[in-house]
Design a protein. Structure first.
Length: 273
C-alpha cells in the first residue's frame, strides 16, 4: 500500500499539466519524495513541548487517525538556477513556483484526500482543516497548529537547518505537504542521528552560506529571525515585485539556493572522515 500511495503522489505531480514553468523553462517540481509516520508516534506529543501546546496531534486533526503521509516536492533545477544568481530579490521563476507551484501542491493535498476517500478511508489535509491556524505570538515566534516540516521529519524525510529550512536527500529547496488518514501504513525509518544532522553548521563545520545569502540579515549564527524574514518576504518583496511578476506569493528562497544543501545533503568533512 505504501508503494501505491507513493505512486499516486508521484504520478499526480509528474503528469499534471500545471507542473510547468511558463515559457518552457522546465517543471516547477522534480519527482517527489514520500514518507510515512504513525499517527501515534510519540514524536507528535513531543512537538507539543518543542513547538507549543497549540500544535495538533494527528488524532486531534482526525479522530481515529492511523498514519500521516508526508511528501517533499523538490524545486526543479532550472528554477533553482534562476534564483541562484540573485542576491537581493527572488527570481521571477522562483516567485512563480511559490504561487503556482504551491497551488499545485494544494491540488495534490485535495486530490489525495479524495483518492483515499474513494478507497473507503477517512483523510484530512491539515492545511485545510478548520483547526489549522497561524499564530503570531508563541514561545517559538510565528508558528501554526500543524507543521508540514515537522511531519516530514517524523516520516524520516530530512532534518532541520540553521535557517529553519528542512534539508532532505534532494536538498533544502522544496515545498512540502501532508495528509492524516486512518489508512494503516508502515512508518518510514528515521536514520539521521540528530534532528539537525543534515545541516553542516550543526556538524561543527564552517558553512554559514545561508547567513551570507540572506539580504536582510535574518539568518545569523544564532539562527533564524522569523519576524525580520517575514517582513521581507510578505511586505518588502511584494511591494517591490508583485506587479512586475504578476503573482500573489513571491517567496524569497535566496538562503535555499547557492548553498551546499541546495539540492542534496552536503557531505562535509565530518561525513567524509
Amino acid at each position: 500500500m505504501e508503494e501505491l500511495v507513493s505512486s499516486e503522489i508521484t504520478g499526480f505531480i509528474s503528469d499534471h499539466p500545471g507542473n510547468s514553468v511558463p515559457c518552457g523553462a522546465g517543471p516547477y517540481f522534480d519527482p517527489p519524495l514520500v514518507g510515512f509516520s504513525y499517527a501515534e508516534d510519540p514524536l507528535y506529543d513531543q512537538y507539543k513541548q518543542v513547538i507549543g501546546t497549540f500544535h495538533l496531534t494527528p488524532q486531534e486533526l482526525l479522530p481515529g487517525a492511523v498514519s500521516v503521509i508526508s511528501w517533499i516536492l523538490p524545486i526543479g533545477s532550472s528554477v533553482r538556477a534562476t534564483n541562484r544568481i540573485q542576491s537581493e530579490w527572488p527570481s521571477r521563476e522562483w516567485s512563480e513556483t511559490r504561487t503556482h507551484g504551491e497551488a499545485l501542491n494544494g491540488e495534490l493535498r485535495r486530490h489525495l484526500v479524495t483518492w483515499l476517500e474513494g478507497m473507503g478511508q477517512r483523510a484530512v489535509a491539515p492545511q485545510y482543516s478548520p483547526l489549522w491556524q497561524e499564530l503570531g505570538d508563541t514561545p517559538v515566534g510565528i508558528a501554526s497548529t500543524w507543521s508540514e516540516r515537522h511531519a516530514a521529519y517524523a516520516a524520516g524525510l530530512g532534518t532541520f537547518s540553521l535557517n529553519d529550512g528542512f534539508i532532505t536527500s534532494r536538498g533544502i529547496a522544496h515545498r512540502c505537504g501532508s495528509i492524516v488518514t486512518d489508512l494503516p501504513l508502515a512508518a518510514s525509518p528515521r536514520t539521521a542521528p540528530s534532528h539537525r544532522h543534515n545541516c553542516l553548521r550543526y556538524r561543527n563545520e564552517r558553512c554559514g552560506a545561508c547567513i551570507t545569502r540572506c539580504p536582510v540579515g535574518a539568518v545569523t549564527d544564532e539562527g533564524h529571525d522569523k519576524l525580520r524574514c517575514r517582513e521581507y518576504v510578505y511586505s518588502t518583496v511584494p511591494h517591490r515585485l508583485a506587479e512586475v511578476y504578476n503573482v500573489s506569493q513571491l517567496g524569497c528562497g535566496l538562503c535555499q539556493t547557492k548553498v551546499p544543501c541546495e539540492s542534496m545533503i552536503p557531505a562535509g568533512r565530518s561525513a567524509e572522515s
